[in-house]
Write a protein that binds this ligand. Structure first.
Ligand code: FMN
Ligand SMILES: CCCCCCC(=O)C(=O)O
Length: 371
């Protein structure tokens, strides 16, 4: 008997992937993932920014031996790509972060676990025990809780702390407001708080119906200072990255405060609408920080050519966001792995056709600005 194997086959194009995810997911969930804040000017600007730069390929170069690996925080990774922290992945697929972290590890790429993951950071670390995990911190209002989260991440083997600085409150997300949707009310809840000893102590004796309310109360620290960042450094001896840096002066302050790296990001256009596209501001940031700290970038990374452009403009690596979440929704862990295989192939082909055989060869000399 001939066995017909039903191989999972996700669309390769990002636009088609997004379209299929739209058909599969509940409308409110899809809107939450896809949309930006306000008029979505920043969301669109992220996309447009990549179109402004064209690659001027170099030919008659030897690209017969190609290598897309790079080193970030002293660890060799399969490509200059990290998985962006994305909260509550359980709304896209029941396996949520467990599937994605495992896929990241299998493909040799770091996974950044969000504070507001559906699963706890310990469960995620276990799922990706052979991979590299970083922990993203939403700085809570309570320093003891911040310390507890960071120390748990350290004990669970996380290799860096990413502090998101662009979310002192949630952006004005018109579609979620129209839909009356908040992911905080759905799914498994927030895995990290559900098991945190400090948080459990805080809610002790309270009505379980107030659990969510208590969580929301602790979420947003609206006055994070450089002293708070220094406090996190004292909690665990781990490299610190700041995510959401856009102003060159803040990048300079990060350098002066001994931060290990920054993530140039506008949160995928979900926070301040009207904010500059991350790719547009990258060259000015590179100019002030030079090679003294690691520069990562996210917002609009969809294809190999986007990665080439970001690296040529000064990023050491990029964070990959929405596309992996759509792949998760459509195909679970295998879907994410397939999408990453496609991205890595695309990157290798784009580099070779640009005349580069290694990541270190990508620089601004390869780009032309199309005003
Ligand atoms: C559904 C969703 C949830 C997100 N959750 C988080 C989060 O928990 N923490 C965080 O720092 N950033 C979060 N982000 C922002 C991403 O880390 C990243 O900055 C953004 O997705 C990059 O834009 P792109 O997806 O368009 O490439 C989230 C983004 C999306 C789309
Ligand atoms: C404490 C802030 C919760 C943010 C929710 C997840 C997120 O970052 C998003 O963009 O949505």
């Amino acid at each position: 008997m001939v066995q017909v194997l039903q191989e999972l086959s996700l669309p390769i194009s990002f636009e088609e992937l997004q379209q299929q995810a739209k058909q599969k997911l509940d409308k409110k969930v899809f809107d939450y993932i896809q949309s930006g804040s306000g008029k979505e000017e920043t969301l669109q600007a992220n996309d447009h920014a990549f179109k402004k730069w064209k690659i001027i390929p170099r030919y008659l170069t030897d690209v017969s031996k190609r290598n897309i690996e790079t080193i970030i925080e002293g660890e060799k990774i399969a490509a200059p790509v990290l998985f962006a922290p994305i909260g509550m992945q359980g709304i896209s697929h029941p396996d949520g972060e467990l599937a994605v972290a495992k896929a990241a590890g299998n493909k040799g790429l770091p996974y950044i676990a969000s504070t507001v993951s559906s699963y706890s950071l310990e469960e995620i670390a276990e799922a990706n025990e052979n991979g590299i995990n970083w922990f993203q911190l939403y700085f809570p209002n309570d320093l003891e809780l911040a310390k507890s989260l960071v120390q748990r991440a350290h004990s669970a083997g996380y290799k860096a702390i990413v502090i998101t600085v662009d979310t002192n409150m949630l952006g004005y997300r018109e579609r979620d407001r129209d839909n009356r949707y908040s992911p905080f009310k759905l799914g498994k809840g927030i895995g990290n708080y559900a098991v945190d000893p400090v948080f459990i102590r805080k809610i002790q004796g309270k009505n379980p119906d107030d659990f969510m309310e208590e969580m929301i109360k602790v979420f947003y620290r609206q006055n994070i200072s450089w002293e708070d960042i220094a406090y996190i450094r004292q909690c665990a001896d781990l490299p610190i990255y700041l995510k959401g840096i856009l102003h060159p002066k803040d990048a300079l302050l990060a350098k002066e405060n001994g931060i290990n790296g920054i993530i140039v990001s506008n949160h995928g256009g979900r926070q301040l609408d009207g904010a500059v596209a991350s790719l547009d501001i990258l060259p000015s940031i590179k100019e002030v920080v030079g090679d003294e700290l690691t520069i990562l970038l996210d917002g609009g990374i969809r294809r190999g050519s986007d990665i080439v452009k970001a690296l040529a403009l000064g990023a050491d690596a990029v964070l990959y966001g929405r596309p992996y979440l759509y792949s998760l929704a459509l195909g679970g862990k295998e879907g994410v792995e397939q999408n990453i295989d496609n991205l890595m192939q695309d990157l290798e082909i784009t580099m070779a056709l640009s005349g580069a055989s290694a990541i270190s060869e990508l620089n601004q000399d390869l780009l032309w600005e199309n005003n």
